[in-house]
Design a protein around this ligand. Structure first.
Ligand SMILES: Cc1cc2nc3c(=O)[nH]c(=O)nc-3n(C[C@H](O)[C@H](O)[C@H](O)COP(=O)(O)OP(=O)(O)OC[C@H]3O[C@@H](n4cnc5c(N)ncnc54)[C@H](O)[C@@H]3O)c2cc1C
Length: 446
């Protein structure tokens, strides 16, 4: 049951996944939640200006789906009705990783494939129906206002994108979910608050993606095929997943500046050059719909808010505004969902302890989400640093974790593959890859 006793109003900046999920959680604890979005209201599930990555494959990891189901019961049924496809990992999905196909196995996790705009559309329509949430489209959050003692953020200045008109909105809590381009660090500096240390990794890779019409006589045995490059010699990858309206979303990816083209001939030639022909063979039967789009990913950034001793009261930040890792393992939505779940847990504790003052919320929240990001960031940068040209601070344990992961990925054992998928989907902790059974199968019985 909603408590709505932690404050009169919470404001969320941004209505991407982090913003929508945070809005849903906050609506149980605040009388009113306002979500501010600079884009105009998306009327249909199409890529939009504020999230250019919407043109590219977005997988939803299992742990993210589980949080979505908790927050929006029945959502997976709705996704299926909107045309999502469910697929059993190890049976319907084929993954070429570290130079080998992961072997098929029984009892794999079931996941859902759909386009990012469609997933966002379904979430948005749920959030829009929550009675104490209003979403203000076409407004940009531009400036925080501090309390007279300079300790608490207590208002946000908004600007109407069309007219330039400004309006000041008061709130008990403001949550920045404005994505990787957040200007929060500039604002913290302007208020003389310390800014978080940033871990920066520069892998220099790019996606080119497009929607393709699934042929009427589509015979493909696999619902999705993913071919990842074998680093460091291989720089090229490609994948297709089924999405709504009987379309395929196809992505080609290139590391170390080996960018995939955005003309159809060049794109297909790029897919044909992959170490295995399967993605090319499948996609070459299908027709491109519209244009191919490119996304250059130059820089992964993790901001260590958990290390800050001083942070404005009444302010939180989550999603890509805290951490944008290389999206190759498709972790961003699941990470945002797990962060929303952590927020829900902490707010519930505030209510149960009768504190309701939100005084130390930020410090506790940042420590919780750091645990989530340690896993996702670690996995992503572990791949990036396989390329010697990747710039940034290499994790101290890189050599040993790389050796370990390569053994796991190339074990060619169904149980190891199943466990690997479960860890990659955040369903199990990475330590599950170090049980005696998995170690025996990956390292001894080869
Ligand atoms: C090429 C690519 C592929 C990816 N593939 C996957 C994948 O397969 N699976 C996966 O889980 N993740 C994937 N990701 C990551 C995923 O896109 C992000 O992690 C996720 O979108 C983060 O959500 P967010 O809400 O934090 O930020 P965003 O989705 O970026 O949303 C931020 C929102 O804030 C709005 N906004 C920004 N500034 C303001 C402001 N000042 N005022 C008002 N509104 C504002 C924006 O318009 C936008 O709506 C991929 C990313 C990229 C780049």
């Amino acid at each position: 049951m909603p408590h709505r006793e932690l404050g009169n109003r919470a404001i969320v900046i941004g209505s991407g996944f982090a913003g929508l999920l945070a809005g849903r959680v906050l609506s149980d604890y605040f009388k009113q939640v306002t979500i501010i979005e600079r884009d105009t209201e998306p009327k249909e599930p199409k890529p939009r200006k504020g999230v250019p990555q919407g043109h590219h494959i977005h997988v939803l990891l299992k742990a993210g789906e589980q949080v979505l189901t908790d927050l929006f019961p029945g959502i997976t049924g709705e996704l299926l009705r909107e045309g999502a496809t469910n697929a059993v990992l190890g049976k319907d999905v084929r993954w070429h990783l570290a130079g080998n196909w992961l072997p098929p196995f029984e009892g794999g996790i079931t996941t859902f494939f759909q386009s990012r705009p469609m997933l966002e559309h379904v979430l948005r329509s749920h959030v829009s129906r929550i009675e104490n949430i209003d979403i203000k489209y076409g407004w940009r959050g531009v400036r925080y206002g501090l309390s007279p003692n300079g300790e608490r953020v207590e208002s946000l200045a908004l600007r109407d994108i069309e007219t330039g008109e400004e309006s000041e909105q008061k709130a008990d809590l403001i949550l920045d979910a404005s994505g990787a381009g957040t200007d929060l660090l500039k604002q913290l500096s302007a208020f003389n608050f310390p800014t978080p240390r940033e871990s920066i990794v520069e892998p220099d890779f790019a996606y080119s993606s497009g929607f393709f019409e699934m042929p009427v006589n589509w015979q493909e045995k696999w619902k999705s095929i993913l071919i990842y490059p074998k680093a460091p010699e291989g720089t090229r990858g490609g994948a297709f997943v089924p999405v709504e309206e009987k379309k395929l979303m196809v992505t080609a990816a290139g590391y170390c500046g080996d960018y995939p083209p955005t003309d159809i001939e060049g794109f297909l030639a790029f897919l044909k050059s992959l170490p295995e022909p399967d993605v090319f063979d499948a996609v070459s039967q299908a027709n491109l719909i519209g244009d191919l789009h490119s996304f250059k990913f130059k820089k992964a950034v993790r901001r260590h808010f958990e290390e800050l001793r001083l942070f404005p009261k009444g302010l939180l930040v989550m999603g890509d505004a805290v951490c944008r890792a290389n999206p190759f393992f498709g972790q961003g939505i699941a990470a945002a969902a797990l962060e929303a779940q952590a927020l829900q847990r902490l707010l519930q504790e505030e209510v149960s302890d009768g504190r309701s003052d939100l005084e130390n919320l930020a410090g506790r929240f940042f420590k919780e989400i750091a645990k989530i990001l340690d896993v996702s960031w670690g996995m992503a940068v572990g791949e990036d640093f396989k390329y010697p040209g990747t710039k940034g601070e290499r994790p101290g344990n890189f050599a040993i974790t790389r050796w370990f992961k390569d053994k796991i990925m190339s074990a060619n054992d169904p149980d190891v593959a199943n466990q690997f998928y479960r860890v990659m989907h955040f369903v199990d902790k990475p330590t599950k890859l170090a049980t005696p059974k998995i170690l025996y199968r990956a390292f001894i019985k080869r």
